[in-house]
Ligand binder design. Sequence first.
Ligand code: GLN
Length: 242
Amino acid sequence: MKPVEIVLVYQSLLGIYGDRGNAMVLRQRLAWRGIDATLTVVDPGDDVPSTGSVYLLGGGEDAAQISAVKALKADGHLFRAIDAGAVLFAVCAGYQIVGETFTVGENDEVIEGLGLLDVTTRRGPERAVGEVLSAWTRPDGTESLVTGFENHGGFTYLGVNAEPLARVEIGVGNCGDGTDGAVQGNVLGIYPHGPILARNPELADHLLERALGHELDPLPNPEQDELRRQRIAAVRRTGLRR
Ligand code: GLN
């Protein structure tokens, strides 16, 4: 079987929050199950492969977002890969740029995004900084908690074609409306860092299952469960509830 190709896109531009860890988590969770995977790291100027199964974008500053959008539009392969059924998981700045529009700078200049997710982002009333805890609903209807750290000035509003990915218990999320993240087909975006897939292995497996088109065996890990339990308890004790 062809190895599963994980593509880490432009982390030298959109990588200041350590979101590259998401790629390592995906690869490792496949390796633990004996599934071959490759990690392709794409720098600006390199061609984006169209053969990937999962594409990842991370967080970064305004200027980097503008450069990333320009380069991805000029390259074009990401659009083709998504059309062909690949999964795109975008965090924070990455989440904003896959949307319809986002604003940058003091003067709120409007920049056209990649248009892969029906969301728009504009500057919020205050910067959202802190722990986020939200509940994410799996396709089978069961819920799982998502924890992470958010740091964004842009607030994101969902259009009719995008569904919220999670419901916020603590933190701001998209725009303080009780939602965090969005999903439309195989394109998923959300604000929290962590890296989020290290903190939330069930979300990592969900992306892999979407990409592979079948369910994966669970990977029991009591130590990780205990760490997660402690973290969630700490966030519930200290986090800002809105
Ligand atoms: N520049 C964007 C914002 O502040 C994205 C920030 C980020 O990726 N953390 O909204």
